[in-house]
Design a protein around this ligand. Structure first.
Ligand code: XUL
Ligand code: CO
Length: 437
């Protein structure tokens, strides 16, 4: 029986449509900068939020109405849920999805039993993937929910936790490969610490480096060509997460010789938790050659935690799409909605409204970003701002023709700098508004 019997395939109806179950901007076949919207955006549904989110919070029980969920958290229920997930994704028109191992299948009494459960559900997923053509953007392992990871997984003080996590990632890699997954994500989970009084930071970071190296080696052994993605997040659940932001992650990857294998999965709400913006993180990852994939969501201005809301802000998506286009597109990464409907939005249909809104906002952001780039006004203003580097001493410094002594000589002769020009922030913002407003 269909889980969403009243909902047909969501169609593109254009900006004038007032049908809440239609796209106004996401026309998957529209060509933007030489590719279809579908290929530029590479939308993915996050299994953990969309299929497993209960609406539970620290103050109250779950609220989600999910009529397809059976009374037991067992394999038959998990397999039934797979069918619902694929019905949802097919009707939505999402080409990709992502999961943690523990989202899709229940844990058993032992690792062997858990792996068996996983294999059964994976078989069902494979069938649905073949039926629908929906593909796996990335897989990952949940190394943070079970109490065995109370002190972290790869960075735990307990060597057995490290060993269990290794076994879990080995299996998750096999499963990701079995399903033709295009990537694999490491999000630190509890890889961090609460107090330095009880923590050997160097040892923990060395272990994390060793762990990722083992994953990369095993991937090579089984022929999984990746890419791997490291997902920055500064805090929550621990106070200090080792994968704080793009810069910290890139430094870690280089320090442990992993930079050839691992790129970054940048998440909007994690960027803001780090005191950055997502465009800062994308630009940092992009110019360093580490832009891999995106977890799309947004935080709340007034709430200081990872609220994982669906993105509906055109400025936000325009900035994200400007970064994608600047760095040659997001493939083989994608736009994964690591976002959940609010606890108060508990009906199944809210899942459609949420994803349709997010997809439309990204599609509109893509159109606007392409227009901004095509007209080139902003780019020319930036070039003008840096024009002192296009001749004279600027060209000479960039060309490596100077050192401190020659620059001192130059300035002693000149006496002082050419006057600085205005930064014109307000004008820049007004120009952006010409497109977005
Ligand atoms: C947690 C988070 C994770 C990762 C995958 O904040 O973003 O869901 O994306 O483990
Ligand atoms: Co995420």
């Amino acid at each position: 029986m269909a889980a969403f019997p009243d909902i047909n395939k969501i169609k593109f109806e254009g900006p004038e449509s007032d049908n809440p179950l239609a796209f106004r901007f996401y026309d998957e076949s529209e060509i933007v900068e030489g590719k279809t919207m579908k290929d530029q955006l590479r939308f993915s549904v996050a299994y953990w939020h969309t299929m497993r989110g209960s609406g539970e919070d620290p103050f109250g029980a779950g609220t989600m109405v999910r009529p397809w969920e059976g009374p037991l958290d067992d394999v038959p229920n998990a397999i039934n849920r797979v069918k619902v997930a694929f019905e949802f994704m097919e009707k939505l028109g999402a080409p990709l999805f992502c999961f943690h191992d523990r989202d899709i299948a229940p844990e058993g009494a032992s690792l062997a039993e858990t792996n068996k459960n996983l294999d059964q559900v994976v078989r069902a997923i494979k069938g649905e993937m073949q039926r629908t053509g929906i593909r796996l953007l990335w897989g990952t392992a949940n190394l943070f929910s079970n109490p065995r990871y109370v002190h972290g997984a790869a960075t735990s003080c307990n060597a057995d936790s490290f060993a269990y996590a290794a076994a879990q990632v080995k299996k998750a890699l096999e499963v990701t490969m079995e399903l033709g997954g295009e990537g694999y994500v490491f999000w630190g989970g509890r890889e961090g610490y609460q107090t330095l009084w009880n923590t050997d930071m160097k040892r923990e970071l060395d272990h994390l480096g060793t762990f990722m190296r083992m994953a990369v080696d095993y991937a090579e052994e089984i022929g999984f060509t990746g890419p791997f993605y490291f997902e920055p997040k500064p805090r929550e659940p621990t106070k200090h997460q080792y994968d704080f932001d793009a810069a910290a992650c890139i430094n870690f990857l280089r320090a442990y010789g992993l930079e050839k294998y691992v790129k970054l999965n940048i998440e909007t709400n994690h960027a803001t938790l780090a005191g950055h913006t997502v465009e800062h993180e994308l630009e940092y990852a992009g110019h360093q050659g580490f832009l891999g994939s995106v977890d799309a969501n947004t935080g709340d201005l007034l709430l200081g935690w990872d609220t994982d809301q669906f993105p509906t802000d055109i400025y936000l998506t325009t900035k994200i799409m400007l970064a994608f286009l600047k760095y040659g597109g997001i493939a083989p990464g994608g736009v994964n909605f690591d976002a959940k409907v609010r606890r108060e939005s508990f009906e199944p249909i809210d899942l459609f409204y949420a994803h349709i809104g997010g997809m439309d906002t990204f599609a509109r952001g893509l159109q606007l970003a392409a227009k901004i780039r095509a007209e080139g006004v902003l780019q020319r203003m930036i070039e003008e701002r840096y024009s002192s580097w296009e001749s004279g001493v600027g060209t000479e410094i960039e060309g490596g023709c100077h050192d401190f002594k020659t620059l001192e000589k130059y300035m002693l002769e000149k006496g002082d700098v050419d006057p600085c020009t205005s930064g014109r922030q307000e004008l820049f913002e007004n120009v952006v508004n010409r497109y977005v407003m």
